[in-house]
Design a protein around this ligand. Sequence first.
Ligand code: PEP
Length: 255
Amino acid sequence: MSRTPFVGGNWKMNTGPESGPALAREVAAGAAEHPGCEVAVFPPFPFLLAVGRALAGSAVKLGAQDCYFEPDGAFTGEVSLGMLKDCGVSVVLTGHSERRHVLGETDALINAKTRAVLAAGLECVLCIGEKLEQREAGQTDAVNERQLRAGLAGVSAEQMARVTIAYEPVWAIGTGKVATTADAQDAHAKCRGVLAAMFGSAVAQATRIQYGGSLKPGNAAELLAQPDIDGGLVGGASLKASDFVPIIAAAAGRV
Ligand code: PEP
């Protein structure tokens, strides 16, 4: 089964009203050279409209880093999926490690958000991954399985066509430490096995699983060539087109 590689740039709480659209224009130009890879950028909420305008006419998708699961009401500070759709967003991250471990999101909240993204007709990138102490305690596969099963509870096999999983070992995010190619491939294959147990092997084979964690131009080609690694979710290296576009190129060129 061939899966179209998918690379996302998670800008986190970075960029500004001018630098965001400028980066988006550079990414759009670079991504156009590598049509074999799907690309999305996830700017901060205040710049979604401006970045969306900068991406107009390009195939790069506009993504949101988070959402709230209720459609409207008294939820101060939150942003609904309807609002994100009005901004042109087509794909939403759920369960990013910083939301789990810095902002305290639970598996139940992540599941509610994931189901809401899919019910709104959007694509979802569900992020999972173990912390360092969990890896050292031999719990990597159990943590990934728990986060997959909890995050995808109530999601149908048909909705899985709009789900991407991002496996991001927490200890590798923003640290410069990268999972070994063998460890990353092994974790991805195990995650695919969990998806097969949950949804059947056809869905598992069709679902893209991105790697995330200090992905850079220098390590992307080897990681992204692994059979179960279908692209990447990129933080720091997505803030410069000169770093991000070579990662897109590596994903597009995977064998
Ligand atoms: C991320 O934010 O999802 C991420 C993988 O960050 P970085 O590439 O900086 O490790």
